[in-house]
Ligand binder design. Sequence first.
Ligand SMILES: [Zn+2]
Length: 453
Amino acid sequence: MPELPEVETVVRALNHSIKGRTFKDVIVYHKNIIEGNEKTFIAGIKNKTINAIKRRGKFLIFDLTGPNVMIAHLRMEGKFIPAKTIKDKTKYARIIFTFKDGSILNFDDSRCFGFLTLRDKKNYQNVLPLAKVGVEAIDPKLNVNQVYKMIHASKRNIKETLLDQSIVSGLGNIYVDETLFQAKISPLSKAYLLSKDDVKRILKCANTILHLAIKHNGTTVSTFYWEKGHTGGFQKYLKAYGRKGKPCVNCGSPLVKIKVGGRGTTYCPHCQKRKSDHYVIGITGPISVGKSTALKVFKDNGYLTYSSDEVVSRLYQKPLVKEKLNRLFKTNNKDQIRSLVSKSPAKLRALNHLLHPLVKEDLRMYLTTHQGNIAVEIPLLFQADFTDLVDETLLILSEQNTRFIKVRGAKASIQLQINAAATFKAYIRHATYLINNDASKAKFINQVKKIIH
Ligand SMILES: [Zn+2]
């Protein structure tokens, strides 16, 4: 989807190619693209000359002679494609504007999410859809205090708050990730916990990044720009977006991709500090590797502790869960189910599919009602993607533990545990801290204490 720099690129190109031309007619192939009455729309366009094309947020505004402006939004796949004659109609042309000089302008949109509409020139800024567009991140008149007040009033995290176009307009997924990376603020930070200085820094970074992106014609221009071979030059300046797993340009640790408010989000957990009223460390690792011991060390050092195993035990008592377990396993007895899933990866998956969302919801509730330092034990923290709920992670591994399990015998269930232990190795690079618990218990406890201090 085009963002502010991409739309700005299109606006500049359109000014270059069709400004000053006079419309002759409008051919409508797909009338749903037009918001409002089709006949009124066509009548409002006919014989009008384009004074200029402007932009507000991600909207294009065609300033016409006469009483109206035409407002357009490209949404997912919309494109304006000028062409010499009507023979150059594009594949997904939904609307064709013809000009008096014989040339045309295709509004091409394979998915038909884009829209065109007319508004009164005198008040279009004050009525929908533009009335809802917030101050532009690149507006020189942008009032930091005002934006800070709105951000401070938001209950959401800063990423979702910046994506809300009614607060600051022009920042989409790519540029929010880039802005927060440069401002060194975690996308998961609670917006209301950011200081005025943080907000100032965010706005300054957004301004720099958007101007640089405009200068280089955006990032994803190739998908909606009509000149062939034209790619967004900002691609090579991206430091966060699309760089999952690649080393952070500041600290070298791999960038992490998580979901924030349903949007893919890439950031550096080391450089981008999370502002929160609590700090949460997630403890994970294979079976009987020392997670409970570690949790106890955190507890002894003043942390609140949360054990997902205890939560799971509680869940087994809930009538609705019992009913679902009965349906899946023909029993709701915890030990019987454990025995069943230890022999069948498919059954284990079904159990996890049922329990993980419930544990996640429970943990989310716990975190919204508790403050301070919190240690949570989650066996499948990485595999079940609990990473957006914790600030840092401690992964505990043990070669000895794997050998110990092997010695106990070669039953299928044990083979499964060994295989499960092996999957944790894939997450080593995602963990904030790693402890190999292969020496004495005293040494292990000391290693955990070092993380706390
Ligand atoms: Zn970093």
